[in-house]
Design a protein around this ligand. Structure first.
Ligand code: SAH
Length: 341
């Protein structure tokens, strides 16, 4: 699929077809605007026939709009795999929450994305087209990009699909592409330690967030199987390294699950764990997933916890819940929709 290629790789490919390199630029620009092959009007028919097979193809099989203006689409790829992707509207612009895998194999107890396991990894181009789709419906042009921020917080564990995700980060931040700065990209991970080091060593500087959800290994293991592989202490060391290398402050996500990780004692442990670190805690009252029997806390309780953390010297914010009515909020994305569940 040619959307996996950078402009220079596409130029080589097009030369290989015996076509001039300016056609690659026209094709690339058309794809960056999310156009279909038919819609790219400056390409001759004979050229289109040559690239038809490798041109990105997908279908939107569901499109939901929340009353808070969040949108969610289900995208079906050529092999029939479906992922969900969300558009969030903020004062400064639009953020797209992309999925990086079809399903997920991390098995977190509270998350919908992992319910059917992992089907497959998405390619860089397949992740990119989730953003291109929204730019197109928002009426973006080559000069005016509508989507300004991207979060890798949809279905899947980005660091479990390392190569494709890195390729995606390069494609989306390329000046000739969407030109989204790495500062405006947030990658969220459940904490695959060696890959955090690799990301820093490979020269990336995206904002990193860690799904922590518990301050002790013992308890974390009961809700996140990945905790059996890496200790919290190792994750924090890797985050320190990431900060040293990139100058980017790491944030910790903490989904508040009633009766699991929200009591005062646990919150005090969280504060001691992070004391003195240049980090931020993002509190997310757990969003409901119908198959799971876990409940979130009230927003009032979440604000109380944020204040408690602040008193103990920890910077904490409560994440706004958006798109809950269309199951587009954190942890609610899955690889199937509607009647297919
Ligand atoms: N796999 C990556 C990317 C997912 S990001 C990761 O684990 O970070 C989605 C965020 O929402 C993660 O912090 C995840 O732990 C959290 N989450 C999962 N299920 C949730 C739920 N039901 N309610 C609130 N947050 C949830």
């Amino acid at each position: 699929m040619i959307l996996d290629l950078s402009l220079s790789e596409l130029q080589d490919y097009i030369k290989g077809l015996g076509e001039p390199s300016f056609r690659a630029k026209q094709l690339f620009e058309g794809m960056m605007l999310g156009k279909s092959l038919e819609e790219i009007s400056n390409l001759p028919k004979s050229f289109k026939e040559k690239v038809e097979k490798v041109f990105p193809k997908f279908e939107v099989v569901a499109h939901l709009k929340s009353k808070d203006e969040t949108q969610k689409v289900a995208i079906k790829y050529e092999d029939g795999s479906i992922v969900e992707t969300v558009l969030l509207k903020y004062k400064y612009g639009y953020t797209v929450c992309v999925s990086t895998q079809v399903g997920c194999r991390m098995g977190c107890k509270f998350c919908a994305s992992t319910l059917n396991g992992l089907k497959r990894n998405l390619t860089a181009g397949e992740i990119l087209l989730q953003v291109l789709f929204y730019n197109k419906i928002l009426g973006a042009s080559l000069k005016e990009r509508k989507v300004t921020n991207v979060v890798l917080m949809g279905c899947g564990e980005p660091l479990d699909n390392y190569e494709n995700v890195c390729k995606f980060l390069k494609l989306i931040s390329a000046p000739e592409g969407l030109n989204i700065s790495q500062r405006n990209i947030t990658l969220s991970t459940c904490g695959i330690v060696p890959k955090i080091y690799q990301l820093a060593d490979d020269g990336f500087s995206v904002t990193l967030t860690i799904s922590l959800h518990s301050p002790t290994d013992e308890h974390r293991k009961t809700i996140m199987p990945i905790a059996n592989a890496y200790k919290i202490e190792e994750i924090i060391k890797a985050c320190d390294y990431y900060f040293e290398k990139t100058g980017r402050r790491v944030a910790f996500e903490y989904s508040l699950i009633e009766g699991e990780n929200d009591n005062d004692e646990t919150i005090s442990k969280l504060a001691s764990l992070l004391k003195g670190k240049p980090c931020l805690v993002n509190l997310i009252p757990l969003n409901s997933v119908k198959e799971k029997k876990l409940n979130g806390v009230t927003r009032k309780r979440a604000y109380y916890i944020a204040e408690k953390l602040a008193k103990m010297g920890i910077n904490a914010t409560v994440r706004r819940t958006m798109g809950e009515d269309i199951e587009g909020a954190c942890g609610q994305l899955r690889n199937r929709v509607g009647g297919e569940d």
